[in-house]
Design a protein around this ligand. Structure first.
Ligand code: AP5
Ligand code: MG
Length: 217
C-alpha cells in the first residue's frame, strides 16, 4: 500500500507512521528524518539543508524530490511505503504523481491528521527525539522515556530539535497552512483523503488510521 500522511508539525505523523509502517509491513519514509540523518552524518546534502531546517523553512523541491525518489527506489519500498512529511506542497505532489504514473503506480490513500493548534504547540514543546534515530520520538508528559534523556529503543541521547523553538514552530505552522494544506484538496479531488482526528491517545489514533485505510488496514 502506498500512503501519504499529512498534518501540521507536531500532529503525530512520525509517531503514527512508525506504528502503522510496522503494522502494514511497509517502510516509513520521512523526509525530515532523512534530512536529519544527513545533517548528523555531515554529508554534502546535510550541509545544504541544515540552516534552512534550523530556521523552519522548506528545503527546495529539487533537493527534496530527488532524495525522496532515491529512497522510494530502494527494494524495501517496491510494494509500498508510508510517506511522512512528503509531499509538502503542490509541486512535490505533482512530481510524486508523475513518477508513480511513469511506473504504472498510484497512491492508495492520504491520511490527514487533524489536531488543534494549541495541542500541536504542547506536543512540540514536550517532544524529545533520539539523536541516533529520529524515528524514536518521546514526550516528557504524554510518552516519557523510562529513563530521562535516554531512548528506550536504542539507548541514544534524547534532545530537543533545533526547529522546536516557539518562533520557529510559528513559522513552520504558517508554512503548513500556506504550502502544505492545499495538497489535501488536491488529493481530495482524486478521492484519496481520509481526515481523522488525532486528538486522542496514540493507540486510539493508530486504530482510527487503520480503520480509515481502503482495506481497513
Ligand atoms: P519534519 O521532520 O517532517 O517535521 P514536521 O512536519 O514539522 O513534523 P514534526 O516532525 O514536527 O511532527 P510530527 O507530526 O512528526 O509529530 P511527532 O510524531 O514527532 O520536517 C522538518 C523540516 O525538514 C521542515 O521544517 C523542513 O525544513 C524540512 N523538510 C522535511 N520534509 C520536507 C519536504 N517534503 N519539503 C521541504 N522541506 C522539508 O509528535 C510530536 C510530539 O507529540 C511527540 O513528542 C510525540 O510523543 C507526541 N505525540 C504524538 N502523538 C500524540 C498523541 N496522540 N497524544 C499525545 N502526544 C502525542
Ligand atoms: Mg515528524
Amino acid at each position: 500500500m502506498r500512503i501519504v500522511l499529512v498534518g501540521p508539525p507536531g500532529a503525530g505523523k512520525g509517531t503514527q507512521a512508525a506504528l502503522l509502517a510496522e503494522q502494514l509491513g511497509v517502510p516509513h519514509i520521512s523526509t525530515g528524518n532523512l534530512f536529519r540523518a544527513n545533517i548528523s552524518e555531515g554529508t554534502e546534502l546535510g550541509r545544504q539543508v541544515e540552516s534552512i531546517m534550523r530556521e523552519g523553512g522548506l528545503v527546495p523541491d529539487e533537493i527534496t524530490v530527488a532524495m525522496a525518489a532515491d529512497r522510494m527506489a530502494q527494494p524495501d519500498a517496491a510494494d509500498g511505503f508510508l510517506l511522512d512529511g512528503f509531499p509538502r506542497n503542490i509541486g512535490q505532489a505533482k512530481s510524486l504523481d508523475a513518477s508513480l504514473a511513469e511506473a504504472g503506480l498510484r497512491l492508495d490513500a492520504v491520511l490527514d491528521l487533524e489536531v488543534p493548534e494549541d495541542e500541536v504547540v504542547k506536543r512540540i514543546a514536550g517532544r524529545r527525539m533520539c539523536r541516533k534515530d529520529s524515528a524514536h520520538v518521546f514526550h516528557v508528559v504524554n510518552n516519557p522515556p523510562r529513563q530521562e534523556g535516554v531512548c528506550d529503543v536504542c539507548g541514544g541521547e534524547l534532545y530537543q530539535r533545533d526547529d522546536d523553538q516557539a518562533d520557529t514552530v510559528r513559522k513552520r505552522l504558517g508554512l503548513y497552512h500556506e504550502e502544505t494544506e492545499p495538497i489535501i484538496d488536491y488529493y481530495r479531488e482524486q478521492g484519496l483523503v481520509s481526515t481523522i482526528s488525532a486528538l486522542a491517545p496514540v493507540p486510539e489514533v493508530t486504530r482510527r488510521a487503520l480503520e480509515a485505510l481502503p482495506t481497513g488496514g
